[in-house]
Design a protein around this ligand. Structure first.
Ligand code: GAL
Length: 414
């Protein structure tokens, strides 16, 4: 495998850490302002351990392009050291026989005690850790430009009814209410959030985790689809294909008032020097304050050709789980640390609320995997759900009933 060119230091023993320095190639899709700042911290930390970072960044929100690039590399027998792979997809890759166990690092560092089981179970394939988690993103947020709300004399919305009232007030004041990126994963992100608000956590679980046909064709699903589509008149004509960070920029720059998006959006506000609570508001998405849709980023490790490369891989995994990394990375990324017992004092109110809500929702059963972000279902099923939702959003002739039927069919795809 040529992917891992091992850089053995010339003066082998001169510098202890350089004795088995490896080139660590990392596939990710963190290319927007906030994402790139967070990724830079990862690189720094790995280099501090004496390894060489080889960037394998593939642009495109939510990683669809990155996953295509990864498949090509693995199929040609040339995988990177680590790749951003999340949720059930870790099992799918495990089944291909290409992932490496990092159990010895995990055991030595006591990961089973540092991670909630909802996370550690996903990181293991056949009982062994093959991936390391980076963070917890909350997906069900609404990002708001308070200045524009003030101009329209509109209220920050807590419920869906309030949301539509605010959107209407903004529209009347000549302000674009919703910043929207029309890409399948973004359509699904907004849709799952609206469906959660309409149907509540039990409905969400049935429709997106258990893939229950009755829930998918129920009146609650029809109402969820119709409510989702009611947002469209508040978006602009140029939203088709727009990247999520460009939609966030519209809220930052006062071109639109609100965006439904996970808290990687906060990374964009912060990278633009904006202050939470003052320049922008982070609100639980209307109607979902008591629920939490989670999206956990993680890196899966590939089988490597030799010991030095493996050492680089294990050092990488260990760095990701360190308290230092978990803090600095997540401060930039908009997410919260996944490691238990972290000091949250440097995090802003949005981060602190997210950490608190992660705990409370986990106790009361409303901590839910985001299907739009690869946490809930097989990747092929997810793709079919995406298609049904995007088609419904884009085709104004399609009825909610037709879309619900498509979802029922999508649930059977694997
Ligand atoms: C998510 C990913 C986040 C963020 C977002 C937009 O799927 O988990 O870390 O980067 O996509 O690219």
């Amino acid at each position: 495998m040529q992917a891992l060119r091992i850089t053995l230091c010339a003066a082998t023993m001169a510098v202890a850490f350089a004795a088995n320095a490896a080139e660590v190639e990392v596939l990710h899709w963190w290319t927007s302002g906030g994402e790139a700042k967070a990724a830079a911290e990862l690189k720094k930390m790995l280099e501090a351990k004496g390894h060489k970072w080889k960037d394998f960044a593939v642009a495109g929100g939510a990683g669809e392009n990155a996953m295509t690039a990864l498949k090509t590399r693995v199929v040609s027998g040339n995988p990177p050291t680590a790749a951003q792979i999340k949720g059930p997809a870790i099992q799918e890759w495990g089944e291909e026989g290409v992932l490496a166990s990092i159990d010895d690092v995990a055991k030595k560092e006591g990961w089973d005690k540092l991670l909630p089981p909802v996370v550690s179970n996903v990181m293991k394939y056949k009982g062994s850790y093959v991936a390391v988690p980076v963070n917890v993103h909350r997906v069900n947020w609404l990002w708001v430009n308070p200045e524009l709300l003030k101009k329209a004399n509109a209220k920050a919305p807590n419920t869906l009814d309030e949301f539509f009232a605010t959107a209407e007030a903004l529209k009347k004041a000549g302000i674009q209410a919703v910043a929207y990126g029309g890409q399948p994963w973004q359509d699904a992100t907004v849709f799952e959030t609206v469906a959660l608000a309409v149907g509540g956590p039990d409905f969400y679980k049935k429709a997106f985790v258990q893939l229950d046909a009755n829930a998918l064709k129920s009146p609650t699903m029809i109402k969820s689809l119709e409510t989702y589509k009611r947002i469209k008149p508040y978006t602009d004509k140029n939203s088709a294909g727009r990247e999520w960070n460009l939609a966030t920029a519209m809220v930052i720059n006062g071109k639109a008032a609100m965006q439904f998006m996970g808290d990687w959006a906060k990374g964009e506000f912060l990278a633009a020097g904006k202050v939470p609570g003052k320049d922008f508001l982070c609100l639980p998405a209307p109607g979902t304050a008591g629920d939490y849709t989670f999206n956990i980023d993680s890196f899966a490790m590939f089988k490597l050709p030799n010991k030095d490369a493996e050492k680089g891989e294990k050092d990488f995994a260990s760095a990701v789980m360190s308290t230092q990394f978990q803090e600095v990375f997540n401060l930039n990324k908009g997410s919260i640390p996944v490691r238990a017992g972290m000091d949250m004092s440097k995090f802003d109110a949005c981060g602190q609320q997210s950490a608190k809500d992660f705990q409370t929702t986990s106790k009361k059963g409303s901590l839910l995997p985001s299907f739009a972000h690869g946490m809930a279902m097989h990747s092929a099923t997810q793709g079919a759900y995406y298609d049904a939702i995007s088609q419904f959003w884009n085709d104004d002739k399609m009825t909610a009933k037709q879309a619900a039927d498509k979802l029922v069919a999508a649930a059977k795809v694997k």
